[in-house]
Ligand binder design. Structure first.
Ligand code: F6R
Length: 256
């Protein structure tokens, strides 16, 4: 794991956008795994401003709320359309987000896995993290080997996302999410976290034990993970000085 601590979210986003843009320049037909949420809004804005060529890019989103149609204001279809897709030249047929209104979720999840495999697998998976340590919507106690499936959101996630729905009780209870096993098959992962509320989850993910109670901790088993943090999200890391030193003294051959 490479831990990159920047003074603020803007600087951490700049580092993350550099990683994504390098991939798109080096591999015009890259397959990107995409996350939604506050953390990624700035990243997508910067990427859109870069005027990259997305015409050959394929995308797979991590998750969607069950029961929300694509045109719903809080669906992740809407989030992606508004924050990224309508600003870049990605082909709509190359973008994939689970259909939260599917009448056969089991089949849909199997198809999603098949589609990812058929696209050649995910080159770079962008991730945010929940205050309870979820990535995608793999909530605590998710199987570390899980695949795309239906999950039930925790009370914590209901509360964290209450502002979008006008109350925790109005947040959908169920979601379709890529599994931890699915995420772990991406060739590279890029985890972003900003703000003091994420500090505990980040410390457990980077320095804690690997446990399904903190699902993001499975990333310790991934061979290529970059974690981009602002100072507040890094506040509980015991070895922050080492991560800072390692990044500042990164040898030229190791730079992206
Ligand atoms: C959403 C997703 C989630 C979010 C996480 C953080 O697609 O994958 O894991 O990344 O809930 O959300 P924010 O960025 O809103 O704090």
């Amino acid at each position: 794991m490479e831990i990159i601590i920047q003074p603020d979210a803007e600087a951490a986003t700049a580092v993350a956008s550099h990683i994504v843009s390098q991939l798109l320049r080096n591999k015009p037909n890259a397959v990107l795994g995409l996350a939604t949420g506050r953390t990624t809004v700035g990243l997508y804005r910067v990427l859109a401003q870069m005027k990259l060529d997305w015409s050959g890019v394929t995308t797979f989103n991590l998750d969607e709320y069950v029961g929300l149609p694509p045109e719903h204001a809080q669906s992740y279809h809407t989030f992606m359309r508004e924050n990224l897709f309508r600003h870049v030249n990605v082909s709509p047929e190359n973008t994939h987000i689970p259909d939260g209104t599917s009448g056969n979720i089991v089949e849909l999840c199997e198809q999603y896995e098949t589609q990812i495999r058929a696209a050649g697998g995910i080159d770079l998976q962008i991730l945010g993290i929940g205050t309870d340590g979820h990535i995608g919507f793999n909530e605590p106690t998710s199987s570390l080997a899980s695949r795309t499936r239906l999950k039930t959101l925790t009370q914590q996630t209901h509360e964290d996302n209450a502002c979008y729905f006008g109350g925790a009780d109005k947040v959908p209870d169920h979601v379709i999410t890529m599994g931890l096993g699915t995420i772990m098959e991406a060739r590279q992962c890029l985890l972003l976290a900003f703000g003091a509320k994420k500090a505990r989850a980040i410390a457990s993910t980077v320095e804690g034990p690997i446990t399904s109670i903190n699902p993001a901790s499975i990333l310790q088993m991934h061979p290529k993970v970059t974690v981009c943090l602002d100072r507040a999200a890094a506040a509980d890391l015991k070895r922050a000085d080492y991560y800072r030193w390692a990044y500042a003294n990164k040898p030229g051959w190791q730079k992206f």
